[in-house]
Write a protein that binds this ligand. Structure first.
Ligand code: AHR
Length: 513
């Protein structure tokens, strides 16, 4: 029953039927840890992602904290963003960090040749990025320029950011307003080096990785994980080559894989609209997104063969939906609306990342504000939170939680013609606070599903949050920013089991007692 005024879904106990889907959580065998960094975000110099979406400048009429939009900062703080990737993307391989430091009026004006051909006045540079990360409490992931930069430029950037010495570069950082070195958690050498980052072969890139990587020296207590540009979609040869040939002299802490979800599944045709799609497009999008599991499996199999100790992570440092660009906007800005379908996509990916948590230890959705599958959309003074934001919010208890094995019986299917997929996706974990969490995703847009939840010493009740809506493409607008928002959800157990209905097209995250 849904109590409309209270926005609370309350389920009473009904006797489990044999045909119900049974979910059993094995509370006795926890692990591995779900690294909070899989809930990372990506922010590139692209469209209105940074300029307008995050940075408006100190003199803006839009309320801001030292130039960063107050509304966006507050929303991201609430989301507990664990790590931020910057400055690209393809942009990273044309970014020269010296352009973005020093007095803003004296910074170079450069052309963003990758994204829209617009002028970047470099008002947002290293100091602004680091200040923003500190403001929202996120760790940082910097993507270095291996495409058009030099080993010296890359090494000097790291020295500028991390050195506590009296070197000229460390003192330049102090002169520019930052006394203490910054802590860098991750540093990548190039981006999509198979494509926009230089159209390289794995062998050529691996040599460059070793060449550049040899000179990335930082203080012993501030050693970022070094990340190589990996493959994309179903491409495994980069993982295969890198893990066998980087060798021991340069760290290889992670390989960055990219996977985008296109409803059509093809870059050569129209990708499909963000809104106003039919059920076949809904089905195909969810099917496409689930394909990432097979691609993770094939890369992980290679890594397991050559790195059984799991020293090198498999990082999905770009993922998300990519639709046809909104009509009338600069096609290079990659602005798209975001609907309930995107929230389902996000939750399916989280559940898959949890499944491979011992290798997938970091991921970044593309991108945080106003670009592709965004958490936040802005229009000058206005801001809205997307359904994807709410999916991330529902999953906050899974950050650094211990994954728990789950078995399902009588799993129903969701069918579209002859095509089929499991109707539910399920994950469970023991949170850092010791509580038990279960997330359920129902991909069927028409039918709910009754589930019986059991495990451990039994459950008395479930409290949580539900994200659903009437339409597949339900979304938030600046006029109706709360059309899609989470609601409270409660269910009571009987005999140690909880029986409840997961509504159609829904993400449900429960705390079980
Ligand atoms: O996220 C947009 C772009 O997608 C990134 O710049 C690039 O790495 C990828 O192709």
């Amino acid at each position: 029953m849904k109590t409309s005024g209270l926005a609370l879904w309350l389920y009473c106990v009904s006797a489990p039927l044999l045909a119900d889907t049974r979910i059993t959580i094995d509370t006795a065998h926890p692990g591995p840890v779900i690294n909070r960094h899989i809930y990372g975000q990506f922010m590139e110099h692209l469209g209105r992602g940074i300029y307008e979406g995050i940075w408006v400048g100190k003199d803006s009429t839009i309320p801001n904290i030292d130039g960063f939009r107050t509304d966006v900062v507050n929303a991201l703080k609430d989301l507990h963003v664990p790590v931020l990737r910057w400055p690209g993307g393809c942009f990273a391989d044309e970014y020269h960090w010296m352009d973005g430091i020093g007095p803003p009026a004296q910074r170079k004006k450069t052309v963003n040749t990758t994204w829209g051909g617009v002028i970047d006045d470099n008002a947002f540079g290293t100091h602004e990025f680091m200040a923003f990360a500190e403001l929202i409490g996120a760790d940082v992931y910097i993507n270095g320029n291996l495409g058009t930069g030099t080993p010296a430029e890359m090494a000097q950037w790291l020295e500028y950011m991390t050195s506590d010495s009296q070197s000229t570069l460390a003192n330049l950082r102090r002169q520019n307003g930052r006394d203490q070195p910054w802590k860098i958690q991750y540093f990548a050498l190039g981006n999509e080096s198979w494509g926009c980052g230089g159209s390289m072969t794995p062998a050529y890139y691996t040599d460059l990785y070793k060449h550049f990587g040899s000179f990335l020296k930082t203080p012993a207590d501030n050693k970022p994980e070094l990340i190589a540009s990996g493959g994309h979609t179903n491409l495994t040869e980069w993982t295969d080559y890198l893990i066998q040939h980087v060798g021991k002299d340069v760290r290889l802490n992670g390989i960055g894989h990219h996977y985008y979800t296109l409803p059509s599944g093809s870059w050569d045709t129209n990708k499909g609209p963000a809104l106003g799609f039919d059920e076949t497009a809904w089905f195909n999008t969810l099917k496409q997104t689930r394909r990432i599991e097979g691609f993770i499996q094939s890369n992980v199999a290679i890594l397991d063969k050559y790195d059984p100790a799991k020293k090198t992570g498999f990082y999905v440092d770009e993922w998300g939906t990519w639709y046809d660009t909104e009509q009338g906007d600069n096609p290079g800005f990659l602005y798209q609306q975001n609907s309930l379908r995107d929230a389902i996509v996000a939750a399916l990916n989280f559940n898959i990342f949890h499944q491979y948590a011992d290798r997938v230890r970091m991921a970044n959705i593309a991108q945080m504000v106003n670009v592709l599958q965004a958490m936040i959309l802005t229009d000058k003074q206005k801001m809205l939170l997307t359904p994807t934001y709410h999916a991330f919010s529902l999953y906050v208890p899974f950050q650094d939680a211990m994954r728990l094995p789950v078995t399902t019986d009588n799993m129903p299917t969701y069918d579209n013609g002859k095509d089929t997929m499991p109707k539910l996706s399920v994950t469970a974990a023991r949170g850092k606070n010791g509580k038990l969490y279960l997330a359920l995703v129902n991909v069927d847009p028409r039918r709910g599903e009754t589930v019986v939840i059991a495990g451990g010493s039994g459950f008395k009740r479930a409290n949580g949050r539900l994200l659903t809506a009437d339409a597949m493409d339900a979304h938030n607008t600046f006029e109706h920013p709360d059309a899609v928002a989470p609601e409270g959800f409660q269910a009571l157990g009987s005999g140690g089991k909880i029986t409840l209905d997961v509504p159609a097209k829904a993400v449900l995250v429960l705390e079980l007692e």
